[in-house]
Write a protein that binds this ligand. Sequence first.
Ligand code: DC
Length: 228
Amino acid sequence: MRKIIIAIDGYSACGKSTTAREVARELNYRYIDTGAMYRAVTLHFLDKHVALTNPKEVTRALQEIRISFVVNSKGNSETFLNGINVEKAIRKMRISENVSQVSAIREVRVAMVEQQRRMGKDCGVVMDGRDIGTVVFPHAELKIFLTADILVRAFRRQKELLERDDLVDIDTIVENLQQRDLIDSNRAESPLRKAEDAIGIDTTHITIEEQVDEVIRLAMTKMIARIG
Ligand code: DC
């Protein structure tokens, strides 16, 4: 069966990454977490004290960055920044609090989108983010847009952080999610929005398994339609 591109966009903590990872595993596709790429850039910029308002400094810093994904022994993809595993470091609140500002910078988006297109050019990829169906792969065969109630999202994110020994109170998480929704949806460069041909799924009352099954069902329909 010919492989397709599956774009999964939506708000933070709607289960995009978990869904995308599981769908990729089931279909034997490559999974690309584009949020992790913006988080890795943010980590580098914070560590190097890059002035976000100085385009020359930003461009120079971007040239120093090499992001890659390596599949670990459990079959999960981990993010590497200049050869160092940063998977844990990029999930910290320090990064969540700064990533929307960094990902709104034009130079950052141009560099990441170029890399994402290269990663997905051979198809057979599930990519999750904010602008995959609108900007990175506007011709993706299947586009999904996930939403969920803000409190449900916050509790899911809190659980994820706890699993990484990071205890953050629910109000702080709600505030961070709302702040990021606002910046991500209103920035000038590739704002978060549902592509016209994307299929919306509200994940408030469904389980991850149901989300994954639904996306696989939709992917199969697309693949069969391409043969027929
Ligand atoms: O999916 P996430 O929460 O790990 O993403 C972190 C941030 O990166 C998010 O607040 C917005 C930004 N992002 C983006 O602008 N474009 C993408 N394709 C993916 C993420």
